[in-house]
Design a protein around this ligand. Structure first.
Ligand SMILES: [Zn+2]
Length: 343
């Protein structure tokens, strides 16, 4: 067994490592992005003139036309900078449109890299989601514990965890301290408001091709947008919520099933989620089946009088054991369904 002394030595080594990994102020590190076994940057063809572009676990889709490129989600500054260079080299036409899937920092950062040639499009709700809350917004609960000098702000020396690693991305006014408003808003330093907004749907025509932009509000994001690239065998892009061979994220409920089903009934062959593996239409059907089976199993557990903890033990969802994040997300998915059925 390790002695206290060697534990302290180990902590010092780890502390040094963390310090070495802490990025310079203002930088948006690729290490901040969700990490899985999928590594590397690449571009690959899906069908016709539609391609995917990947940075590690994150994937976007673009369509090439004679008049320019239409791209779904910039992902981040590093990805946008790399991809812009690659697109210039390979296709010799500018990016004309960048479509935001939603306002979260890990999907919507970096569009300004394309600002010389492209206009950005996002759902109308994105504007309120990236707006700065009122100046008197108190520190959220997770930050209050970090405010050791109790001045209602988080200084760099106080910051812990994600607030520490992304300090510069939270610090919208660059004054070196984080207010409650800045923390509640989120690490959105590199997320710019869309140049164009829409409410229900919008169609872009460019170089004889068509791209459909469709609103699908979800629990995860009320500004959620899906994109259908219409090009023979069509490609559908949906960020975060319809995952491929991976459990959905967080406390889902069956209110979303109808929206997943509405996507499944659309005309497309290739399906790309913003994360993980590339998919096909059958993967959307599988995601829906998981949600329906989970709802039915949790409903049975509730009918049998089980507590949430008992339901989390009894609803094993064995058919999906080989899906990614099974261990982490299954209990959370059950919790969401449980709350929905109980109310
Ligand atoms: Zn998200």
């Amino acid at each position: 067994m390790r002695s206290i002394k060697s534990k302290l030595a180990w902590a010092a080594v780890m502390g040094g490592l963390v310090a070495a990994l802490t990025p310079v102020a203002g930088a948006q590190s690729r290490a901040f992005y969700q990490q899985t076994d999928i590594k590397g940057q690449e571009i690959g063809k899906l069908t016709g003139d539609v391609y995917y572009a990947r940075m590690d676990d994150y994937v976007s889709v673009f369509m090439v036309t004679p008049e320019g490129i239409i791209l779904a989600e910039p992902i981040g500054v590093e990805m946008a900078t790399w991809l812009k260079g690659e697109l210039d080299k390979r296709f010799h036409v500018p990016v004309k449109y960048v479509i935001y899937s939603h306002s979260h920092w890990d999907h919507a950062s970096g569009a300004s890299v394309y600002a010389d040639t492209a206009r950005t499009i996002g759902h109308e709700n994105m504007l309120k989601n990236i707006a700065m809350p009122p100046a008197n917004t108190p520190l959220p609960r997770n930050a209050v514990a970090q405010d050791t000098n109790k001045n209602g702000m988080i200084e760099m020396s106080e910051a812990q965890g994600q607030i520490k690693t992304m300090f510069a991305m939270y610090d919208a006014n660059h004054d070196g301290v984080l207010s409650g408003a800045e923390i509640v808003r989120g690490p959105l330093q590199y997320v710019n408001a869309p140049d164009m907004t829409y409410v229900d749907h919008m169609t872009i025509r460019l170089g004889g091709k068509r791209v459909e932009i469709i609103s699908k509000p979800t629990i995860h994001a009320d500004d959620n947008t899906i994109v259908r690239f219409v090009d023979g065998t069509n490609v559908l892009f949906a960020s975060d919520w319809i995952t491929i061979h991976r459990l959905p994220f967080g406390p889902i409920n069956s209110d979303e099933n109808a929206a997943v089903k509405s996507v499944e009934t659309m005309d497309f062959e290739y399906f790309v989620c913003s994360h993980g593996q590339l998919g096909k239409k059958a993967d959307v059907a599988a995601n829906l089946r998981y949600r329906e089976q989970l709802h039915d199993a949790v409903a049975k557990a509730v009918a049998a009088g089980q507590t949430l903890e008992q339901a989390q033990a009894s609803v094993t969802m064995d058919d999906y054991k080989d899906w990614e994040f099974f261990a982490v997300q299954r209990p959370q998915n059950i919790a969401g369904m449980y709350r929905e059925i109980k109310k």
